[in-house]
Each structure stands twice: as C-alpha cells, then as structure tokens.
Design a protein around this ligand. Structure first.
Ligand SMILES: [Zn+2]
Length: 186
C-alpha cells in the first residue's frame, strides 16, 4: 500500500484506534504514524480522550463475570441440593437407627437368658417347696445354663455397644466440625 495522506490517516484514526481497519490498512496507518509526528500526536490525544476500547472491554467483562457469579450462585442455591442433603441425612439416620436396632436385638439375647435364669430360680424354689427334687434339680441346671449364657452373651453385646457409642461420638464430632467450619467461612 502506498504511503497515506495525513487527511486519510486522520479519517482512519478512529477506526484504527478501535482495531476496526483491515490488517493492510492498519499496517499502513502504523507506518504513517511512525513517520508523522503530527498524526501521532492526534492519535495519542485521541486515545487519551476516548479510551473507548478499554472501557468497552470492561463493560463486556463485567456482565460476564456477574453472569459467572450468578451461575455459581444458581448452582449452589439450586433447589436440588436441599432434597439431596435431606435424602443423605435420612439415609444416614436410617443406617444409624438400623445399627442401634441390631445392637438392641443383640441385647435381647442376654436379657432373655437372664429372664430364663430368674424363671429357673422361681421354678426351682417352687419345685423344692413341693418336694419335687427332680424337677428342682432340672431348674437349677437351667438356672446355671441361663446365667452362663447370659454372661457369655453379655460381654460381646457390651463391647459392640461401646463401639457403636464411640462411632456415634466420632460422627457427632465430625458433623459439629463441619458446621463450625461452615460458620467460620461465612
Ligand atoms: Zn500525517
């Protein structure tokens, strides 16, 4: 492209300042600006007066940022999270109740054996009072069997309960920590 006239360059400058000329024209204008102090001054003055490109970029970027922010907010506040959280809590609660139900069932074993031995005591007493020594001895045997089984089944139940209580404590601590850290973040 030929060397440009100052008047042509000044006509092109607004477009050039906004990068809206084609590359060849842009190169020609740039070349002219390098060689012509007057046009360069006009160009610099123009850029100082109307920093349009920068401002426009910011205007474009700001809604975009805001949009991204709103998108994140929408995702976080999307109504699906609350039901999901509640469902997770419900499942956890159900599991927890199940664990305790199992523990309670296991406790039934020593309790039943305990009741059995108490009944055996009563049976033995009644049998001996009625002079039925044979039956009495049977009840005594039952008493010892029941008591022995009660003690035997009592120990694992106790250990299991302790484990579950320890688990509960750990869980409670973790949940509490979750909420405390959540407060700190806010
Ligand atoms: Zn010029």
């Amino acid at each position: 492209m030929k060397d440009l006239d100052c008047s042509v360059v000044r006509d092109l400058l607004p477009l050039y300042a906004e990068n809206m000329v084609n590359p060849d024209t842009g190169r020609a204008v740039a070349a002219h600006l390098e060689g012509c102090a007057d046009c360069r001054a006009v160009y610099e003055n123009m850029q100082r007066k109307i920093p349009v490109p920068v401002e426009e970029n910011q205007k474009k970027a700001e809604p975009l940022k805001r949009l991204r922010f709103h998108m994140i907010l929408n995702i976080i506040s999307f109504p699906i999270w609350l039901p999901l959280l509640l469902a997770a809590c419900a499942v956890a609660l159900a599991l927890y109740v199940c664990i305790w139900a199992v523990v309670v069932c296991l406790w039934c074993v020593p309790v039943i054996f305990g009741v059995l031995s108490v009944a055996a005591v009563v049976g033995a007493a009644v049998s001996f009072a009625q002079g039925l020594a044979g039956n009495g001895l049977l009840f005594v045997a039952l008493l010892f069997t029941g008591a022995g089984l009660a003690v035997l089944s009592f120990v694992p139940c106790l250990l299991l309960s302790k484990q579950v209580i320890r688990l509960t404590k750990a869980l409670t601590r973790r949940i509490k920590a979750l909420f405390v850290s959540g407060k700190e973040v806010k």
